[in-house]
Design a protein around this ligand. Structure first.
Ligand SMILES: [Zn+2]
Length: 221
């Protein structure tokens, strides 16, 4: 079983995909991407969340619905888009409030704003699991995130910064690791193979552990 903790459908919808030899399960996540915050004003955001309440989460009550929303994402902070940073913070905090009140895990997009992400986790006293997707920073930053119970998901770094990826992989407890394809178009099985080869372990070890990690996110529902 391969868990792809963050990828997209062709219409750009952010999803989690669980794949085995015979089947594929798709779990939808909803949020406002930090690149898109300017398309919304804050009153619209509360409208959106009302919308989620009626068409998303509340219809979730154990029945599978087309509108079912499994988690919040991708949401977060991106300092490459400095001009909207303040607004990004406001929107992200709103998303965290939603995650806490509906008990949904969060898929976090973070570029050069790791300390702000940690600050918000502290400030909001968030208890739901957060997964930093596409992590691409130092081992020190990774350790900080781990301290605050945050999960780390790796994807392209495994291919583009192997040395850094090896350091991170060797240092990260496997029970806090996820793997992803995001927009790369790669096969999630190849990403697992790559991580296993960098770690020098069997791919089955990763499959088993990451599926267990996913199970931990699932139990928050
Ligand atoms: Zn993405």
């Amino acid at each position: 079983m391969f868990v792809d903790i963050h990828t997209h459908l062709s219409d750009n919808q952010s999803i989690i995909k669980i794949v085995d030899e015979f089947s594929e399960k798709i779990l939808r996540t909803k949020g406002i991407h930090p690149w898109k915050v300017d398309d919304f004003n804050l009153s619209q955001i509360s409208q959106i969340s009302q919308n989620w309440t009626t068409t998303g989460f509340s219809s979730l009550k154990r029945t599978v619905s087309a509108d079912m929303v499994w988690g919040i994402g991708e949401v977060g902070l991106d300092k490459v888009h400095k001009e909207t940073f303040e607004k990004q913070v406001e929107v992200f905090e709103e998303m965290i409030r939603l995650s806490e009140s509906y008990r949904k895990p969060v898929i976090v997009h973070c570029v050069r704003a790791y300390s702000e992400i940690i600050e918000i986790r502290k400030k909001t006293k968030a208890t739901m699991p957060w997964v930093i997707h596409g992590f691409n920073s130092s081992v020190e930053t990774m350790r900080q995130l781990l301290k605050y119970d945050i999960y780390i998901s790796l994807g392209e770094i495994l291919y583009h910064n192997e040395n850094q990826a090896v350091k991170i992989l060797k240092d990260i407890p496997l029970e806090r690791l996820f793997l992803e394809t995001d927009v790369s178009g790669r096969d999630i099985k190849d990403v697992y193979e790559k991580a296993a080869s960098l770690l020098g372990c069997e791919i089955e070890v990763l499959c088993k552990q990451i599926f267990e990690n996913y199970g931990r996110l699932e139990t928050t529902h």
